[in-house]
Design a protein around this ligand. Structure first.
Ligand code: SF4
Ligand code: SF4
Length: 403
């Protein structure tokens, strides 16, 4: 959950607050580092296989389109056809289904922002109580609908910053979807009894690879920024190769260098190095995430107060404690002194109550025997316990009279 209004983030069950922002910063740096290395080695693999835009488009919206409007050729024919009742029905149904799906996606998207409990309230409680929530839902639905119904792959080629970075991230050894021009050219349909010197390459210029390309490019023209690596052209061309009894792979995953030399794509030392570096940054981030403490504590002596004499043989200091609970359960905290003789007296209750996913605060006295105070400042180690379980240790200073 990325609850920006409340500044609360939950990633894989771990709760993060603005105080943990350095981890987010580090995660962003790791992410960018990972993207640069991954792209340099494996090209736009992410775009074609993991990007939500591509997956939603190919696996949901385009499936609906095919179901309602028919295959690509049928859709073209329908577009040219006059506006009959059948055409109006099909086009309207298509757009209604697109909007419904966009609305469902918007609900899930909003749940990531406000949390599933608040989303349930927006859905079940009176509309007037949640005008902002409802408006957000409709705005998100409208944006998703506009993107998937009209804007489509232009999001990848015009808007997506990752797509625009391809030209600087890729090099001649990067793995890309590539046309084997050495094998395919000169392209054209081989005639019977063609003289040996006029023998053509394997590409029969059928344009199937161009027809299936969602961004409308011709991969035979070389690496292009618009290629999202979806591999639809690979499948289409392999089908053609099967039909004309030629080996598959005229369009395949390859690097520019491997096409030029005719060598198969190798898992080069550079790719291995980049993969290793990606793993190292991921491991570093994981260690940071999983060793992160479940609570954050601030203990400060109450400002303006020095020390108080308690009877004839003891001295006390008053402290304020603030606790941030990053878990999903309430924690009753007790405090014990670890390194010196003395007593902790929590004001009001025997423990500091910290609500789940929230903050708790309180005040307490540290009472030390006078005979054990030898300096103006004494370092005191305080252990915080939940029941019998020690959660963490904090160090503070205790002010006493100069002996
Ligand atoms: S060129 Fe091929 S891999 Fe690239 S976007 Fe078009 S169909 Fe997909
Ligand atoms: S699908 Fe294959 S054979 Fe047909 S035009 Fe594309 S590269 Fe050539």
């Amino acid at each position: 959950m990325f609850n920006i209004p409340q500044g609360k983030f939950i990633v894989f069950g771990k709760i993060f607050w603005p105080q943990d922002f350095f981890i987010f910063g580090l995660a962003m740096v790791t992410f960018i580092f990972f993207i640069i290395l991954f792209t340099a080695a494996f090209g736009r693999l992410f775009c074609g296989w993991a990007c939500p835009q591509t997956n939603f488009m190919e696996m949901m919206f385009r499936k609906i389109e095919f179901m309602v409007l028919g295959t690509a050729n049928e859709q073209k024919a329908l577009k040219k056809a006059p506006w009959t009742g059948n055409k109006i029905f099909k086009v309207t149904l298509n757009h209604v289904l697109f909007f419904l799906l966009s609305f469902i996606i918007a609900n899930i998207f909003l749940a990531y922002i406000v949390g599933i409990d608040d989303l349930e309230k927006i859905i079940t409680e009176p509309v007037g109580d949640h005008l902002v929530g409802l408006s957000s839902l409709l705005i998100f639905s409208g944006i998703f609908y506009a993107v998937y119904a009209f804007f489509r792959e232009q999001a990848c080629t015009v808007v997506c910053p990752y797509g625009r970075l391809q030209s600087v991230l890729l090099d001649k050894n990067s793995m890309i979807v590539a046309y084997d021009y050495k094998r395919g050219e000169p392209r054209g349909i081989q005639k019977k009894n063609q003289p040996a010197e006029l023998q053509l390459g394997d590409c029969i210029d059928c344009f199937q690879c161009v027809r299936v390309c969602p961004t409308g490019i011709d991969i035979r023209n070389g690496v292009q920024m618009e290629c999202v690596g979806c591999t639809a052209c690979i499948d289409a061309c392999n089908d053609v190769m099967d039909k004309i009894h030629k080996p598959r792979g005229l369009i395949r995953y390859a690097s520019e260098n491997s096409i030029a030399t005719g060598e198969p794509l190798h898992y080069t030392p550079r790719m291995k190095l980049y993969t290793g570096l990606c793993l190292v940054v991921l491991i570093l981030l994981s260690v940071l995430l999983f060793t992160r403490k479940d609570i954050d504590v601030t203990i400060m002596r109450t400002p303006g107060l020095l020390f108080q004499e308690k009877g004839t043989d003891s001295v006390s200091n008053l402290y304020n404690i603030k606790v941030m609970n990053k878990t999903d359960k309430d924690i009753p905290l007790t405090i014990k002194i670890e390194n010196v003789n003395g007593e902790v007296q929590i004001v009001g209750k025997p423990y500091v109550h910290v609500v789940k996913e929230g903050q708790g605060s309180g005040s307490f006295f540290l009472v030390l025997p006078k005979k054990d105070i030898h300096n103006r400042k004494t370092e005191v180690k305080l252990a915080l316990y939940e029941g019998d379980k020690k959660i963490l240790t904090e160090t503070t200073s205790f002010l006493g009279p100069v002996q």
